[in-house]
Every structure is written in structure tokens, then in C-alpha cells.
Write a protein that binds this ligand. Structure first.
Ligand code: GLA
Ligand code: ZN
Length: 674
């Protein structure tokens, strides 16, 4: 069952009144009301105030903040404050701080910095959450529990090492099985007992973030670290549940952040939320993919946009202002891909420390006569008018793209064949090919129901875990179209090769086998030759990796046209049962990929929008009988195109559109088809 937690769109953001005197709070309330802000995320980094020493708690300020917000009938997103540890704790209980990849023990400083396996951290965090939950559960304005903040990073301390040994024992049971899994006969690494296991950091078998001497060990450490932080989350959530059976819990995620297996996390969260901080040059499609991934985490349920800046960031190298209208179109992009809230970091800009140049609804000028404030207010008015029209609306995608953190980690730990290989980039290329046709996409995980889709794309499916190839077989034989690429079907869950020729367990479905993998240096290419009618040209370039493919039952669609493997297949298609399985054995130029995907989409009669100008995005959400089409101009220019939307009403202006869509700079149309 899809849960629906909102009856209107939450509009607000992080609010830190503890940094300001009380007369400023009054100003804040006035300005929030005027801007139609209806929610505030509070208490995210207040541990030091709530608990000034080991045995002392003080909730008076938080009480006052909650009371003041409640008086304005604001919805409260209540942080648990455990994302930054207080100075006294680091001083008295040094086990709370982390040891990093280089083996350095950290001191008090920064945030998102606790050791997930520290007994003191767990003790103090649980005590704090007990008190918070007891005190504020049942408060009529409490809308969401926001546990910690942006869980991230790793710890390599001795506590973690000990806990890792337990985790490993739990998973593999005997040391012999561990040796087998991590292939420890290599370099004479045989482990004799569980205590021989060393955390894979720089002092052990770690090399760096994207290389490992024993990938099986390093991948397991990532799984363990993700689980350790998730245990911290679950600990807080379970304490909250002792007092509060209903209020949904979340923690704010970060898109394709590498460190945590978000699919696993999402199972434990009531609602997914995430922080969207595109840079001035982040491709639109990357933000779109991030949103789709966040929606995919709970199988298509809407998510909260927990943070975005109304104007600029401070932590990127070049923090461009969002041009007038850009914040609005980015907000609609979030909604178009599944957001049920629009929240900013932050509501009032801090006066000191690292984020003083981070944009906020209320700027340093302190009044409402600013461009940013006006834009926030206008969007607030518009969202208020929309009411619950879009809340809980669904995306009815017929194309799914597989995304998997185990694969992300494993692919990037491999030493060879090319350092240029990055997981998200490769997934993005296939996402882009769909995105360029304005097709709605679901991001899937290994347990998703493939049969819901006409097309499943699984680029760089490097690690094929147990049960996955059987699922793919079933999907294809029942009529689905499946596509995978170079660096697929290579290893099992422990990074050991599926012997007998690549792509291992996918070989029969794809009807090919791969003998060797060539890696091309930057700037060098091979040529692809094809006569297939689906392509507009006969020649394309390819780069990075070239698989030397042999046909078994598949047919060749594209061949290499140079080097010693000239004439060997580069792209193949196999009929399998009543479906089709494609293999793309190299990294072709994007035009070719777009044409290939367009062909597959057409074959499956999936609605596409062609001839839409660059920078214009179309996405849809369905609620009841209505399909909402978001037409978004992400460019600072007027754009127009012919469309099939003639006669639809733009619910933002209440006007009907003709067959020619005209968009002003950063314009948005929200068209309804019944
Ligand atoms: C993150 C954090 C916030 C704030 C913003 C600034 O998303 O969660 O506390 O630091 O970044 O962009
Ligand atoms: Zn630790």
C-alpha cells in the first residue's frame, strides 16, 4: 500500500532560531506567513544546547521554538540533533569520534562525524532521543521526525574493526568461507581466525576510494559501514516508536551518494527525503535521475525535497546565483519527478561560520524586499493554490533502469581495465538516452518487479548476485526487452569472476560470449559500422572499452571497423523466448545510443516527445483520472515547439494551450489531460 502523509505540499525548510535573538523570531514569523511558508525543519544541530553536559538536559529553548511555530500553525519537521556531537562528549568519551581512511583519530570538529559503533555515541544518542520523543510525541504540529542529518562517511577505528568481525562471522560463519569469498589465497592472505581481519583502510588492504587490493573485503566493509549507520538510524526510529506510533520518520539522503545502500535504507524509512544541490553545470538529466532514484527507493512512492537553496550554495567551487525563475523551475522539476514537499536550506541565512554565504529565504539584509524572498513568496502562493492536486500522484513509467549500490562499489573498486569507468556516469548515459525522448523512467533495484515494465536497462551490471540472472531470463522470455553492456555479468557477490566466459550467467539470455576487453586511452576511439535501419548514419565512434564479442544465438547489429577486432560484433540482439536481449559491448557516442534506445522505445510503443528544444523537459505524474504534464524550460531563453497538447489546460494559468507551446525563460506549464 502506498502511504500518503500529506494533505498539502509542505513548503518551508531548515530553521535555526537558536542562532538568533527572540525579536528576530517575530520577524521570521511575519515573513514566513507572507511567503506562504507552512513548515519548518528544526533542531537538526542542537545537541550541544539540549545537553550541555553529561547529566544535564535543557529543552526550554526548543519548547519555545515549537510553541512559537505552533502559534503560526506551522508543520514541524523535528530533527533529533544527533548529526553533530557536542564538545564535552568528545572530551570525556573519545570513543565517539572516528578514525579515518589514513588511520588518523579525529578530534572534536565538523559534523556527521560520530563512530557508528561507538558505545558512548549509542548511549547518549538513545538517551537524547528518548527524551525528545517522550516530550514532543503527540504534539499536534509535529509532522515528520527527521533523524540525524545526511548520514555519511566511514569509520575505521578498533570498535568498528571488532564489529566488522562479528558482521563477517554472521554472514560467512567460518573463516574458510571468508577466505574463499575474498579469494585470500591470493598474495598469501589466508586468514586463520576472525581476529586476523583488518579494516580495509590505508593501513591494511585499502588503496583508496576507487581501488582495493581485495575488493571482496572492501565491498563487504562498505556493506558493513552502511549497515552500521543504518543501525544508528534504526535505533533512533525504534525509540521514537516507543512513544509515537504514527508520525513518519525520515532522514535526508543525497541522490547517488556512494557510501550508503539507499535501497536498504529506504525499507527502514517511512518516507524518503533528499537534498538537491545541483551545481551551475550539473546536467538537467542528472538532477532528474537523482529525483527518479529517490522516488524509486520506495518503489515509486513520492518523496520529500528536504533541502534546496533558494539562490546559491557556498560549498561548490563556483556558487552561481540561480537566475530569476530558476529556483521555481527546479522546484517544479522536483515535483514532476515525485516530490510532495519543497523545502529550503535555509529559512534565515546564518551570520557566521562556513555557511554565511549560503543562500536563504531571508538574506543578510534581513527584510523581505529582496529578489530571492519575492521568488519564494510567489512560488509559495502558487503551491498553495495547487493545494493537494499533486500530492501522492504517481509516475507510470514503462521503462526501468537498474541501479545497485553493490555494483556501484564493486565496479569502482576494480583495478582495470580502465580508470575512466565510473558507475553513475555509465548509468547516466542510458538514462540520458531515454530522457532525450522525455520518457518517464523508474529506477529499479534487484528486487523490483521487472514484469511491470516493457523495457529494463541494466548498464554495467558487473556484479550478478544470486537469483538475478533467473529474474532477467524470466523477464525476457515473457516478452520484455532487456539491455545490458560491457562490464556486465562478470563477478558474483564477493567480486569473484563467474568463470566460463563473460558475461557469465547472462550469456545464454544475451546469446553471446565475450573473450577479451580492450581499454582505449583518453582521446582514442574505434569506429563502429552498421547498416541497421534504426541508425541515421553508417559510422559512429566509440571509446573507453571495447568487448571482443562472439555470437552464439544473437545477431550482430553493429560491428567494430578498425583495429585487429575489426568485423567483430560491438552491439548485438538476441531473441529469447518472446522477448529481446541487447548487448552493447562498447561506449558508443551518445547520438548512437539515443537512436538505439529510441528504436527500442518505438518498438514497445512507448510515448515519446521528439523535436522538443534542448533545455526543455517534459515529465508526467498521474492522479486519479488526470495526467499532469510538466513542461519545463530550464533555459534563460524563449523556446517553442509543436506538441500534441492542443486543448489541454495549464493549471498554473488556467489557459488552454494551442498546438504550439511557447515558453518564456525558465517557464513552467502544468498541463492536464483527462
Ligand atoms: C546539507 C546539510 C545542511 C546544509 C546544506 C548546505 O545538505 O544537510 O545542513 O549544510 O547542506 O548546502
Ligand atoms: Zn568506528
Amino acid at each position: 500500500m502506498r502511504e500518503q502523509y500529506f494533505d498539502k505540499m509542505l513548503y518551508g525548510g531548515d530553521y535555526n532560531p537558536e542562532q538568533w535573538p527572540k525579536d528576530i523570531w517575530e520577524e521570521d514569523m511575519r515573513m514566513f506567513n507572507e511567503a506562504h511558508i507552512n513548515s519548518a525543519t528544526i533542531n537538526v544541530f542542537s545537541w550541544a544546547r539540549l545537553q550541555p553536559s553529561e547529566n544535564e538536559y535543557d529543552f526550554s529553548e526548543l519548547d519555545a521554538v515549537i510553541e512559537r511555530l505552533a502559534k503560526e500553525d506551522m508543520e514541524i519537521v523535528l530533527g533529533t540533533s544527533t548529526a553533530a556531537i557536542p564538545a564535552w562528549m568528545c572530551r570525556k568519551f573519545p570513543d565517539v569520534t572516528r578514525v579515518d581512511f589514513e588511520g588518523r583519530k579525529h578530534k572534536f570538529g565538523h559534523r556527521h562525524n560520530h563512530c557508528p559503533n561507538s558505545p558512548s555515541f549509542k548511549r547518549f544518542a538513545s538517551e537524547l532521543v528518548h527524551r525528545l520523543a517522550q516530550r514532543y510525541s503527540g504534539h499536534p504540529n509535529l509532522k515528520i521526525w527527521h533523524i540525524s542529518n545526511e548520514y555519511s562517511g566511514e569509520c575505521y577505528c578498533e570498535q568498528c574493526e571488532k564489529a566488522f568481525r562479528v558482521w563477517v562471522k554472521d554472514k560467512y560463519e567460518t573463516i574458510e568461507v571468508v577466505n574463499e569469498a575474498w579469494n585470500m589465497s591470493f598474495w598469501g592472505h589466508t586468514l586463520y581466525e576472525f581476529d586476523d581481519i583488518v579494516v580495509p583502510n590505508y593501513l591494511g588492504d585499502g588503496i583508496h576510494d576507487t581501488a582495493a587490493a581485495f575488493a571482496g573485503l572492501s565491498i563487504d566493509y562498505r556493506r558493513f559501514n552502511s549497515d552500521s549507520l543504518l543501525n544508528n538510524f534504526k535505533m533512533e526510529r525504534d525509540i521514537i516508536r516507543l512513544y509515537d506510533k504514527e508520525t513518519p520518520t525520515t532522514t535526508n539522503l543525497m541522490g547517488t551518494y556512494k557510501g550508503l545502500d539507499y535501497f536498504k535504507w529506504a525499507k527502514e524509512m517511512d518516507i524518503v527525503s533528499w537534498d538537491n544541490y545541483p551545481s551551475y553545470n550539473t546536467p538537467l538529466s542528472h538532477t532528474a535521475m537523482n529525483h527518479d532514484l529517490m522516488r524509486g527507493l520506495k518503489g515509486g512512492e513520492s518523496f520529500m525535497l528536504m533541502e534546496q537553496t533558494p539562490s546559491q550554495q557556498n560549498w561548490q567551487p563556483y556558487n552561481a546565483l540561480k537566475r530569476p525563475g530558476k529556483m521555481r523551475v527546479q522546484s517544479y522539476q522536483s515535483i514532476a519527478h515525485g516530490a510532495d514537499s519543497i523545502q529550503f536550506f535555509q529559512l534565515r541565512r546564518s551570520k557566521g561560520a562556513v555557511e554565511k554565504f549560503h543562500g536563504a529565504v531571508i538574506e543578510h539584509a534581513g527584510h523581505s524586499n529582496t529578489r530571492v524572498y519575492r521568488e519564494v513568496m510567489e512560488l509559495g502562493r502558487e503551491l498553495k493554490r495547487l493545494g493537494d492536486d499533486l500530492i501522492g500522484a504517481e509516475t507510470k513509467a514503462r521503462v526501468g533502469i537498474l541501479f545497485d549500490w553493490d555494483n556501484y562499489w564493486a565496479l569502482e573498486y576494480t583495478s582495470g581495465p580502465s580508470v575512466a569507468l565510473r558507475y553513475v556516469d555509465q548509468i547516466q548515459r542510458y538514462y540520458d538516452a531515454c530522457y532525450s525522448r522525455h520518457v518517464d523512467i523508474d529506477m529499479l533495484h534487484m528486487d523490483s518487479k521487472f514484469s511491470k515494465y516493457d523495457i529494463v536497462l541494466a548498464p554495467v551490471l558487473y556484479m550478478v548476485k544470486e537469483g538475478v540472472s533467473e529474474k532477467i531470463d524470466a523477464f525476457v522470455s515473457q516478452g520484455g526487452t532487456f539491455l545490458t553492456t560491457y562490464m556486465s555479468g562478470i563477478v558474483d557477490q564477493s567480486d569473484n569472476v563467474h568463470l566460463g566466459g563473460y558475461p557469465g550467467p547472462l550469456r545464454e539470455t544475451l546469446g553471446i560470449w565475450v573473450e577479451e576487453i580492450d581499454a582505449l586511452a583518453p582521446g582514442t576511439t574505434n569506429i563502429l559500422a552498421t547498416e541497421a535501419a534504426l541508425f541515421s548514419q553508417g559510422r559512429y565512434k566509440c571509446e573507453m572499452l571495447c568487448d571482443l564479442v562472439h555470437l552464439e544465438s544473437a545477431e550482430m547489429v553493429v560491428a567494430y571497423n578498425s583495429d585487429f577486432y575489426k568485423g567483430m560484433p560491438a552491439v548485438t540482439k538476441n531473441r529469447f523466448g518472446s522477448g529481446e536481449a541487447w548487448y552493447v559491448g562498447t561506449v558508443p557516442e551518445q547520438t548512437m545510443l539515443n537512436e538505439l534506445i529510441a528504436h527500442i522505445l518505438t518498438e514497445k510503443e512507448i510515448e515519446t516527445f521528439d523535436d522538443v528544444p534542448e533545455g526543455v523537459e517534459i515529465a508526467s505524474r498521474v492522479k486519479g483520472e488526470k495526467t499532469f504534464y510538466f513542461i519545463m524550460n530550464h533555459r534563460n531563453d524563449v523556446q517553442q515547439f509543436h506538441s500534441s497538447f492542443k486543448g489541454c489546460t495549464d493549471v498554473l494559468t488556467n489557459q488552454k494551450v494551442s498546438d504550439k507551446i511557447q515558453l518564456e525563460p525558465f517557464d513552467v506549464k502544468l498541463l492536464v489531460k483527462k
